[in-house]
Design a protein. Structure first.
Length: 130
């Protein structure tokens, strides 16, 4: 299996999508070509793979080489990184990384408190602009 082999196609709406073969599982993550180009521009040597969160959910991450050796969640890179939010997949498929399938919901990051009032309103208005 080649690492990060790419497959190009179009979705039913006619938009170009790219499938990224993941390095540690025989799965493919699908995202729009523009979003892939943005991730590739920011992290050109990253290895794409899958991690499990311990509760049976899998997420696509990029492992950034170098001193930091960070794992970054691709869905968060595409959808934006708002504090105290989680990124959810509208269709429930964590390998469908098209930005039309991603949405922010309040209360991510294992925080016990849910966002209320102004903070929740701010996130809602930011999501409406996306």
């Amino acid at each position: 299996m080649k690492y990060n082999e790419l497959t190009f196609t179009s979705d039913p709406d006619g938009r170009r999508v790219v499938g990224v073969l993941l390095s540690n599982r025989a799965e493919t993550a699908w995202l729009y070509v523009e979003d892939y180009a943005n991730v590739l521009k920011a992290y050109p040597h990253a290895v794409w793979g899958v991690v499990n969160n311990g509760t049976g959910r899998s997420y696509v991450r990029v492992k950034v080489p170098g001193r930091a050796r960070r794992n970054l969640t691709v869905a968060r890179l595409i959808a934006g990184d708002f504090s105290r939010t989680a990124v959810q997949f509208k269709d429930g498929n964590s390998f469908n990384l098209r930005n039309t399938n991603l949405m922010h919901v309040p209360g991510g990051g294992k925080c016990r408190k849910r966002l209320k009032g102004r903070a929740a309103l701010r996130i809602s208005s930011e999501m409406a602009r996306v």
